[in-house]
Design a protein around this ligand. Sequence first.
Ligand SMILES: [Ca+2]
Length: 330
Amino acid sequence: MTHMNVERERRTFSALETAAFDGQALLERGTALLEYEPPAPNPGRAYLKHCRSQHLSPTARLRNAIENHELSLHYQPQYAISGGRFYGLEALARWFLPSGESIAPTIFVQRAEQNGLIGALGAWVLHEACTTVAAWHRDSELLPILCVNVSPRQISHEFCSVLATTLERTGFPAARLELEITEGILIEQPELALECLAQWKRLGVRISLDDFGTGYSSLNYLSQLPVDRIKIDKSLIHRMSAEVKTAAIVRAIISLGADLGCAVLAEGVESERQLTMLIGMGCQQVQGYLLARPARADKARALLAANQGKRPIPHPYPAACSATASSHAF
Ligand SMILES: [Ca+2]
């Protein structure tokens, strides 16, 4: 560990102590304070350059990558603030070219959404994540909450079938799977979206509302969607230390979550100040580079093992969020 890392760790631990956060346990588990890696410059240009070198269109190249399993998954830990306990893992798709360059997820996910490949990409991510973590469970009883992002463009009856089939074939317990959606799912085909979410709930899967606080963020969505957890968008977390009004919004979302019986997680926590503020506001869960960055499956598994031993994590939040949710959660 470099001197900079050591110093950063020391300062962060001090902040955690001040906030009565169980930072010691967190740090001892070796998960904290990994260096922030800036995104590659001009990620779109690197992708186009690569496609030209392969004499393929960007869409055809992506299709090949999905079919040939060139993508991989990284897993970013999430922590419960109380006790600094490992809460779960968010699966994140990554694409590394043979040259070692990586294609930013924003580039290939957007292209997949625009060119009809999002179904195949989403199905692969779900299957790969469930297969990987189900194997951890079989081998060593490790079973975190597994969070998988679902694009609004994936919402379909076909995806519901993919979900049911994946759970059945991989043996991954539905109650440990959490699908992350955004309010965008209600914009294009709201009736279909609500139908699909009801099907997910019938399968026993949990649902979180991702990127909350951006876009429309209509409170009406919260009453319509059967969500179990709210994830506060990282843009709010980044701005709240400098903007009093943004801090007030974050505090209000945390309070709203508590009133609705939803867990609330803050995304993109990158500084001690942000963490201390969130603890003061009563936030329950955090995710971000301050604590741990996304890691390859083997590293994520090692982190989980170091944090949890061989004990499964107790179910983190028993109640669904909205009145609508309870009608679906049978
Ligand atoms: Ca997410």
